[in-house]
Design a protein around this ligand. Structure first.
Ligand code: PEP
Ligand code: MN
Length: 350
């Protein structure tokens, strides 16, 4: 796909001039925003017909059709997404932590309190769970949303939860601050379109067998709906390796940073499969340049109803937060300030 980026100062008459010039230079001409036009065809031909037009800032060829998700020259490398008052993709590394699923009031509130005490920035927990087995715990559903709301009330931290069904999108969106689309639903196009109608952050996890470009095309569905607040989450892919749950593809973080302006976070938990591997993978994610992590934690992991083996005890969170500081700094950033603190935390204490 060829993308034409117009200067911010471009008038509608100048844009019309561009559209007229390229209409026979390719096919599928589309105006995405007043400054972003795409078409299929040959880049050299498009460049030739636009020759000398000062309103054209850039003509780029994309590996796949995601003009809105693409990182374009002259634009910010990353467009931050704000989850309530927590920024993802800004100068600070962001930590989202919480149990795999909401299980009961005591578990949710205890774990949430510990997450907050550790200095993590947002809470995750699933009320609706996409389980591989139909006989596994499916989540508390609506009741879980109520407990999540209570956890936010008590901690002041924003909430991230998964939606698995288009029928629940509105209800979930009313309760939480960021809607997660899970790996198994990355190519559920009806759900992506519904998420595109929202005007709130969406966390889009990578499908178990999705390429980076397929993942960016999935993000494009949400963006094309007019919802520009998309964060990508690498959570491990299925490979021939059976020594651990999924293969955490940290190189994908680098490739995404080349191809997209959307913030990228990493979920070390689902790839690790066991808790001992979570902290090192989280540090690796920070060191490779991810914008944050989303990590599973539980106040009593042995009792967890879902993903127990990979749940980090909440008592390990302070160490994780401490060790993320130099890891994030090695990639040139501080750890985002803890809620209530005023500055970024860095090794030097600045
Ligand atoms: C989860 O975050 O609990 C989850 C189900 O993740 P994924 O969709 O990556 O498997
Ligand atoms: Mn889980």
């Amino acid at each position: 796909m060829i993308v034409i980026v117009l200067h911010d100062t471009c008038t509608s008459a100048q844009r019309q001039q561009v559209l007229s010039a390229v209409q026979f230079a390719g096919s599928g001409l589309r105006v995405h925003t007043p400054h972003l036009v795409s078409l299929a065809g040959d880049r050299d031909r498009v460049v030739a017909v636009l020759d000398g037009m000062p309103q054209v800032r850039e003509v780029t060829s994309l590996p796949a059709g995601y003009p809105r998700a693409a990182r374009l020259a002259g634009r910010a490398a990353t467009t931050p997404v704000w989850v309530s008052d927590v920024e993802i993709g800004g100068p600070g590394f962001t930590v989202i932590a919480g149990p795999c699923s909401v299980e009961n009031r005591h578990q949710m509130l205890t774990t949430a309190r510990e997450v907050r005490a550790s200095g993590a920035h947002a809470i995750r927990a699933g009320a609706f769970k996409p389980r591989t087995s139909p006989y596994a715990f499916q989540g508390l559903g609506e009741a879980g949303l109520g407990l999540l709301a209570e956890a936010r009330e008590r901690t002041g931290l924003p909430l991230v939860t998964e939606v698995v069904d288009v029928r629940d999108v509105e209800r979930v969106a009313q309760t939480v601050d960021m809607v997660q689309i899970g790996a198994r639903n990355m190519q559920n196009y009806a759900l992506l379109q519904e998420a595109g109608r929202l005007r709130m952050p969406v966390l889009l996890k990578r499908g178990l067998a999705a390429t980076v470009d397929e993942w960016l095309l999935a993000a494009e569905y949400v963006l094309d709906g007019g919802n520009e607040q998309v964060v990508l989450c690498e959570r491990g892919i299925r490979t021939f390796e059976s020594g651990y749950r999924f293969t955490l593809d940290l190189a994908a973080v680098l490739v995404l940073k080349e191809r997209t302006h959307l913030p990228v976070i990493v979920d070390p938990s689902h790839a690790a499969g066991t808790r001992g591997r979570v902290l090192p993978l989280a540090l690796a994610a920070a060191a490779v340049g991810a914008d944050g992590i989303i990590v599973e934690t539980h106040h009593d992991p042995a009792a967890a109803l879902c993903d127990a083996a990979q749940a980090l005890p909440t008592s390990d969170l302070p160490e994780l937060m401490r060790r993320l500081v130099p890891a994030a700094q090695s990639a040139g950033r501080g750890l985002r300030r803890a809620p209530g603190e005023r500055t970024l935390t860095s090794v030097s204490g600045g």
